[in-house]
Design a protein around this ligand. Structure first.
Ligand code: FRU
Length: 513
């Protein structure tokens, strides 16, 4: 990220620049090659982290790190889209522009129901965005206090925003990477809590009015993966499935040092007493083992308290080079988070919302028995818009999706080593960056049942693999030159392989009529 910042510093100007966002006719219909058909992607230009995820008055807001003037990272704005179901998105005008205090980096948004901020007017409840100001001038001058936290509010459900004249609401006394505030209302203490990252750990703050903040505790100086600076934190409660036990989950992204190289998202399960978050977790836990799920956070204020997560579907290793135009990057599917306790271990599951599955055709599952060493294959019109599901015993197998150009993506289960492997080395265009296709990606499996349920959501330029409805997840980008059409399952075990409930369900595009 720092290299990136340096690289664009020349081009960067801390002024209001107000480009017009528009889709071309073809992109409005999602007709460009590789354009995601049921994932959110910016109309054009560059996007990264999801920001300000909040539900208000029937609308899910998705703000995001956005640079409209090029398909590479630049002076950050908050792009904006809205949806009623988190599947069909409507693009809105840019919400927040850089100003003389800096670019608008990542952050969150809350609904200030009780008008603690005093921003309400004529009975209109304010939406308040809390974000990081990144001063390019400050960074260039060699200062270390160039990231501060600011707020802005909207009284028209996110359409227009006013920045608070008292910004920044939280200064910086020399912490180089101090950013990405996630704020939520804490009912028990009747206060706002902010979790912020500070280099290699997280800091918690409390406020009564979203303007005055006190540092109440720190977490993680001695814990967790530290392969890159900590970014994009989130802290929220989840009830352990099948119990009434409440635990707290802290999500932290790291820019490099993920299990398969580059960016990844780790989590800690523990307790939060209104002041301090503690976790006795000793091992690293990854929310997603794939290479392309970063900077994800969850929604505030969901109607029934559901914990819904969206991540940025890319990786800083090669994000600036992926072969799409006139936009670059997309979000993961919206996923519901849940917490399971398996053999004394807490596991955060993540699985797409049912609204996504309802885009898939209803088909009838079939059974296939494949002899040892044999293959089963079937042809389809377009496997890049499909949900492929089946159950399989915990035995070695390989599933490949391929096209007539010989490009293919494969998923392998190595049962004796407890590894799930995703192979995109020959998936299509890979040579835009040497890190993209240079190795197999793995997930290290623990506490696995004897029957595995597998769901694979394929879009034009991505694969999301869910094992046992989200116990293990792998998200990777793919750039095939033409869609995959052949599905093949190879039995790599020594006994018969019984595949059950095999379904290939075409998924409807949310862009094409
Ligand atoms: C994560 C991140 C954040 C920062 C934003 C800048 O991808 O580096 O820490 O706020 O991107 O665009």
């Amino acid at each position: 990220m720092l290299i990136l910042l340096a690289a664009i510093s020349v081009a960067c100007k801390e002024i209001q620049d107000k480009p017009v966002v528009s889709r071309t006719d073809t992109s409005a219909k999602f007709e460009e090659p590789l354009r995601p058909q049921f994932h959110f992607s910016p109309p054009s230009g560059w996007g990264n982290d999801p920001n300000g995820l909040v539900y208000h008055e029937g609308v899910y807001h998705l703000f995001y790190q956005y640079y409209p003037n090029a398909t590479v990272w630049g002076p950050m704005h908050w792009g904006h889209a809205v949806s009623k179901d988190m599947v069909q998105w409507e693009h809105k005008p840019i919400a927040l522009f850089p100003d003389n205090k800096g670019m608008i980096f990542s952050g969150s948004a809350v609904v200030d129901h009780q008008n603690t901020s005093g921003f309400a007017k004529d009975g209109k409840v304010p939406l308040v965005a809390i974000f990081t100001y990144h001063s390019m001038q400050g960074e260039k001058s060699g200062a270390t206090d160039f990231q501060t936290q600011g707020i802005a509010y909207s009284l028209d459900n996110g359409d227009t925003w006013a920045k608070y004249e008292g910004n920044p609401v939280l200064g910086n006394n020399g912490v180089k990477d101090l950013r990405d505030p996630k704020v939520f209302w804490h009912e028990e203490t009747q206060s706002w809590i902010m979790v912020l990252v500070a280099g290699d750990h997280a800091k918690l703050y409390r406020s009564k009015n979203l303007k005055d903040w006190d540092n109440i505790s720190d977490f993680g100086e001695e814990q967790g993966a530290k392969g890159g600076v900590w970014e994009c934190p989130d802290l929220f409660p989840l009830i352990v499935e099948g119990t009434d036990v409440k635990k707290w989950v802290l999500i932290i992204s790291i820019g490099s040092g993920g299990p398969n190289g580059g960016s990844a998202t780790q989590y800690f399960v523990g307790d939060f007493d209104g002041t301090t978050f503690t976790s006795d977790q000793t091992q690293y836990k990854w929310l997603d083992w794939g290479a392309d799920n970063y900077a994800g956070v969850t929604y505030n204020n969901t109607p029934n308290g559901e914990r819904i997560f969206i991540g940025w579907m890319s990786n800083w290793q090669y994000a600036l080079k992926t072969p799409t135009t006139p936009w670059r990057s997309a979000m993961t599917l919206p996923r519901k988070l849940s917490l399971q306790k398996i053999d004394d271990e807490y596991v955060v599951y993540n699985y797409p919302l049912s609204a996504v599955e309802s885009l898939a055709d209803v088909t009838k599952g079939k059974e296939e028995i494949i002899s040892a060493g044999e293959n089963y294959a079937e042809q389809h019109e377009n496997l890049n818009n499909a949900l492929v599901s089946f159950t399989v015993p915990k035995q070695d197998f390989k599933l490949s999706l391929s096209n007539e150009k010989g490009e293919k993506t494969a998923l392998l289960l190595d049962a004796s080593s407890n590894l799930l492997l995703l192979d995109r080395t020959q998936s299509g265009s890979t040579d835009f960056h040497y890190e993209f296709g240079n190795k197999l990606h793995y997930a290290a499996l623990e506490n696995l049942s004897n029957t595995l349920e597998i769901d694979i959501f394929m879009d034009a330029s991505s694969i999301e693999v869910f094992l046992n409805k989200g116990q293990y997840v792998m998200t990777d980008q793919l750039f095939p030159s033409v869609p995959y059409t052949q599905l093949e399952i190879e039995n790599l075990s020594t006994g018969e392989l019984h595949i059950k409930d095999l379904q290939v369900r075409p998924i409807r595009s949310v862009g094409l009529d």
